[in-house]
Design a binder for this molecule. Structure first.
Ligand SMILES: Nc1ncnc2c1ncn2[C@@H]1O[C@H](COP(=O)(O)OP(=O)(O)OP(=O)(O)O)[C@@H](O)[C@H]1O
Ligand SMILES: [Mg+2]
Length: 363
């Protein structure tokens, strides 16, 4: 459900948000733990994490519906930590975007303005503009039950936009919709973001959604932010094992780093960027699409001997299961782009990857 946001502010806010050491406990459980984050004006940032990682609690503290135990929230350098929600000028869209069933679309969108006693003519103009922004101008006189889930969600977005808040907070707004519609609407939200240029903080547990939509993604786990990065960096250079495993598929290969070289479980040399620090144990992270299975391995610079133990056709790609002689189970993803013969189950081969495609993690 959309919560009220204020229209009484200056309207000059640029929408930069800073969280400083936010802490929130429920009883003895820490829901949000020392969260710090700077969101630039106009940025689209996602809070991504598994269930219970503290995403909603963080968003509710920004919106003002939960009070932090400690820490600070700044909007354009103004401390809003203790302000009530309606004085924060933030548009909020929740997962269950309940519209008022007895009101038309236009009345739903107008509601927050009416609450603020905005003049009637001004209300009409603003509602019109907000509905146009979400391409629903033609359906203004419908009632919610006469619309699809996706259209209702767009009404909820229009209702949040009608205030012209500098910041929109969205908590899993597409969670209740089917996959196709979700993908369609995420493109629409992205387009809307480009058009209106507002700061958007978007909560999701869907990695694809976060990677596809965001300028940056903050990955949360057990109340903490583990990494904040642009999608490409998050995927290519995960900061720790949690992020590596949560964002996309990954092969984790335990290795020993010795005199600058990585060695696998059977003492085989593994492709990895030269290691300049002291010798130690590490984990190499290699994405399935970077793991190649070579039937004629002459010339490859290190890798693992083994056999193909399974293959699955998934439409655009084939997923190979590989078992190394040392017993490690790895996955390789090969795009089905050519009619070339593919290796088969039982074939022996060498699994290898480019040195730069392996992320070395030390924990
Ligand atoms: N009102 C509350 N009272 C007690 N515990 C709460 C309350 N709200 C949240 N929690 C707890 O705080 C932790 C973080 O919850 P939060 O709702 O922020 O997670 P989330 O990341 O949004 O998860 P989901 O993806 O399931 O929505 C959880 O362990 C949750 O059980
Ligand atoms: Mg939540």
């Amino acid at each position: 459900m959309l919560m009220k946001a204020s229209v009484s502010g200056t309207g000059e806010k640029t929408g930069g948000i800073a969280l400083r050491n936010l802490q929130k406990r429920y009883g003895s459980a820490v829901a949000v733990d020392e969260v710090s984050l700077c969101v630039k004006p106009g940025e689209f940032i996602s809070l991504l994490g598994p269930s219970g990682s503290g995403k909603t609690t963080t968003l509710m503290m920004i919106a003002g519906f939960e009070m932090p135990d400690s820490g600070q929230i700044l909007l354009d350098d103004e401390d809003i930590t203790r302000l009530p929600p309606h004085r924060r000028e933030l548009g909020v869209i929740f997962q269950n975007y309940a519209l008022f069933p007895h009101m038309t679309v236009a009345e739903n969108v107008a509601y927050p303005l009416r609450m603020r006693r905005v003049a009637k003519r001004e209300v009409e103009a603003r509602v019109h503009r907000a509905l146009d922004q979400v391409d629903l101008g033609a359906l203004a006189s419908r009632r919610p039950h006469q619309m699809s889930g996706g259209q209702q969600q767009r009404v909820a977005i229009a209702r949040a936009l009608v205030f012209e808040p500098p910041v929109l907070l969205l908590d899993e707004p597409l969670g209740a919709l089917d996959k196709k519609l979700r993908e369609h609407l995420r493109n629409e939200i992205k387009t809307l973001h480009k058009e209106v240029g507002k700061t958007m903080i978007y909560v999701t547990h869907d990695q694809d959604e976060a990677l596809a939509m965001s300028d940056r993604v903050a990955v949360m786990h057990q109340g903490r932010i583990r990494q904040v990065s642009a999608p490409q960096d998050l995927y290519r250079r995960p900061a720790d094992l949690f992020v590596a495993g949560f964002v996309g598929e990954v092969n984790l290969i335990s290795a020993k780093l010795k005199s600058g070289v990585a060695y696998g479980p059977a003492g085989e040399r593994l492709p990895a960027a030269p290691w300049t620090d002291a010798d130690r144990d590490a984990t190499l992270c290699v994405r399935p699409e970077h793991l190649h299975l070579d039937m004629n391995p002459a010339g490859s610079s290190g890798g693992m001997q083994g056999r193909i133990t399974g293959m699955t056709f998934v439409g655009d790609a084939t997923i190979f299961e590989f078992r190394s002689e040392s017993g490690l189970q790895l996955t390789s993803k090969v795009l089905n782009v050519s009619a070339e013969a593919m290796p088969d189950v039982g074939d022996s081969c060498v699994a290898w990857w480019a040195a730069n495609d392996a992320t070395i993690l030390i924990e």
